[in-house]
Write a protein that binds this ligand. Structure first.
Ligand code: NAD
Length: 290
């Protein structure tokens, strides 16, 4: 595999494409935003004018798009990936979308003889920049093996979690844990501050004990300092909680804590914080207490 078509060069896709270029792949990119394309060219990539041009000559195409409708349009729509896929193309969707959409894409791809994986990621912008993402892939084992070369550039924890759609189910589980962790760290900060205890020192202790987490490690200082530049936007986490609740309904299970977290994230959005980092959940907990 030498040439990667990369569609969706935003906060995550941009640095992922950079890493592929640095690893020696040729990258042809496509995005609706002009500045993303300029960035790719500056890093040594080539810009495709259309999806068809982007995947012509590519061994593998990656999509890193916001949500299910974007993936449906780019993968299944007119002028999209499946319509233009050449012999032997491997299609890896790394966006976070609904598991049932991934299944639909997998079925349509199989009908066209295109190998496909749903391979969402965790690790945030930093993981994308550092090439240390966790990648959870759903699909056929041979497609996973073929994708390994690309995954090893982008991530450090790379797991084939099961058949088509299961990557997205694992990601939904990931997002409810991340959302819940942010909500509880926000509550801890409010408790500490309202009690007159220094939150920096308090969370330093938590980070070193059983309550420690990667989120506490990376985000406690910016949260306490009320710096909410994204990162991962509240709008996207709101989307992901919808995916988690839909997946729960599909599986016939009740996830009561996930329901509460989903409502807190919806409140952050309703309060106008949709484009802030998801750590801005702190604003909701603060407002409840003002
Ligand atoms: P983003 O909004 O920064 O990037 C998405 C890019 O897709 C944008 O540049 C946009 O112009 C482009 N785009 C939208 N529609 C398009 C279309 N039809 N054709 C071509 N390009 C199109 O989002 P992001 O933060 O990079 O997230 C991408 C995906 O990764 C989402 O599903 C998100 O949930 C997931 N994710 C994000 C993070 C994070 O920390 N940001 C972490 C893990 C997973």
């Amino acid at each position: 595999m030498n040439t990667v078509g990369f569609i969706g060069l935003g906060i995550m896709g941009g640095p992922m494409a950079d890493n592929l270029l640095r690893a020696g792949f040729a990258v042809v990119g496509y995005d609706l935003a002009e500045d993303s394309l300029k960035r790719l060219e500056a890093a040594g990539g080539r810009v495709g004018a259309t999806v068809a041009e982007t995947i012509a000559g590519a061994d593998v195409v990656i999509t890193m798009l916001p949500d299910s409708p974007h993936v449906e349009e780019v993968a299944l729509g007119p002028g999209g990936i499946l319509e233009n896929a050449g012999e032997g193309l491997l299609y890896i969707d790394m966006s976070t979308i609904r598991p049932d959409t991934s299944l639909r894409v997998a079925e349509a791809a199989a009908a066209k003889g295109v190998r496909v994986l749903d391979a969402p990621v965790s690790g945030g912008e930093k993981g994308a920049v550092d090439g240390t993402l966790s990648i959870m892939a759903g699909g056929e084992a041979d497609a996973f093996e073929a994708a390994r070369q690309v995954f090893d550039v982008l991530g450090t924890t790379v797991v084939h979690v099961g058949p088509a759609g299961s990557g997205q189910t694992v990601k939904a589980a990931n997002q409810l844990v991340v959302g819940g962790t942010y909500a509880l760290i926000a509550e801890a900060i409010v408790l500490l501050e309202k009690s007159g205890v220094d939150a920096h020192r308090g969370l330093d202790v938590l980070a070193g004990g059983l309550a420690g987490s990667r989120i506490l490690e990376l985000k406690r200082t910016t949260m306490i300092n009320r710096q909410f530049k994204p990162g991962f936007r509240i709008d996207l986490h709101h989307k992901d909680m919808g995916i988690a609740l839909a997946a729960a309904r599909e599986a016939g299970v009740a996830l009561p804590v996930t329901g509460v977290i989903a409502q807190l994230i919806a409140a952050a959005r309703a309060q106008g914080h949709g484009s802030l980092d998801h750590s801005a959940l702190l604003k909701v907990i603060e407002r409840i207490n003002d």
